[in-house]
Design a protein around this ligand. Structure first.
Ligand SMILES: [Mn+2]
Length: 324
């Protein structure tokens, strides 16, 4: 098959019904007697986070792995696949401690997966996760779960020798150690960069759940952003510690101090950011970046971007399983 284009599909989080509806809407059809959806001239690319939260995780894994095995799809790793590996890895062996500690919070976050994906299935899919690359650079387009950051990619390549490091458990160990440079590199690629507000003399805030926070998400996708106000993503319902609305951040020029802002001219597709509603300029897409995570498991639409060689993002190329 000659691949004439790619359909980049957002975070599925166990929503198999929406996934099948989206694949059908995109013109993919099941190969006879299998769950492998295929398209005569296109390939799907999953941005990671197939698992956690949703009700149909085993079915999602079955569909997506069938597609990847058959060459109908590709995938990059999400933070939830990475966390699943670290949660499962007892280290040192026999110690009853795990690379991702089995705290109540971590276990609750992973509960639906642990309940739904059991026994041999769990072993098989975790093993598959170790073969998933952290990013894809396909020439005319780039795909990563949370942030395209070349400095972090170089660290992964130099330290691990590839973009697919986790078949070797020592790399999983290094990436779980906060003092190892691999930890920050993997966090940046899979969870996105954050900016420390207190470092810029700004007060901490409370997020929508009332949790105190000193870091804000960085809008790395906005290459034109220059000031702290443009770069730090502050939600509308964040408050100060005292419960007052959080004041606007200052127009303090900081772009020159950051390596994270994407200034490339090759389109980058990513997920992770729980966008709401329909895709909006700057917030969700720019000329060279497009988020495809529109919160499918929280009532949003599972979303894809249909890329056919264009050099700039075209918002009319977004597709979803329901009307947008
Ligand atoms: Mn994610």
């Amino acid at each position: 098959m000659t691949v004439r284009g790619y359909d980049i599909i957002g975070d599925v989080h166990g929503c198999a019904t929406q996934l099948e509806a989206l694949l059908v809407a995109l013109g993919y059809q099941k190969a006879d007697g299998t769950d492998e959806y295929r398209h005569p001239e296109r390939q799907a690319i999953f941005v990671g986070d197939l698992i956690d939260r949703g009700d149909e995780q085993l079915k999602v894994l079955h569909i997506v792995k069938s597609m990847v095995d058959a060459g109908s799809a590709r995938i990059v790793m999400g933070n939830h696949e990475f966390n699943a590996l670290a949660y499962d890895t007892e280290w040192p062996p026999g110690s009853s401690t795990f690379l991702r500690p089995h705290t109540e919070k971590n276990t609750d976050q992973h509960r639906a997966f642990l309940d739904q994906v059991t026994g041999d299935d769990r072993r098989r899919y975790l093993k598959w996760f170790t073969t998933i690359p952290m990013w894809l650079d396909l020439g005319g387009l780039r795909v990563v779960h949370a942030c395209w950051h070349e400095d972090s990619m170089r660290i992964v390549e130099q330290q691990c020798g590839s973009s697919t490091p986790f078949a070797d458990v020592s790399h999983l160990v290094a990436a779980s150690d906060e003092n190892n440079p691999l930890f920050t590199a993997v966090e940046t690629l899979l969870k996105g960069p954050e900016i420390r507000l207190v470092k810029h003399d700004q007060p901490p805030y409370r997020d929508k759940d009332g949790h105190p926070r000193e870091n804000a998400r960085m809008q790395w996708w906005n290459g034109e952003a220059r000031t702290l106000r443009d770069i730090a993503e502050m939600g509308g319902n964040f408050t100060t510690e005292a419960g007052e609305p959080y004041p606007p951040l200052p127009e303090l020029e900081i772009a020159g101090t950051l390596s994270h802002l994407y200034t490339g001219t090759v389109p980058v597709f990513y997920g992770h950011y729980w966008r709401q509603g329909t895709p909006k300029h700057r917030q969700d897409w720019t000329d060279y970046t497009a988020c495809v995570d529109f919160s499918a498991v929280k009532g949003g639409a599972l979303t894809a971007y249909r890329w056919s060689g264009e050099k700039h993002i075209r918002p009319d190329h977004y597709r979803s399983s329901s009307a947008m």
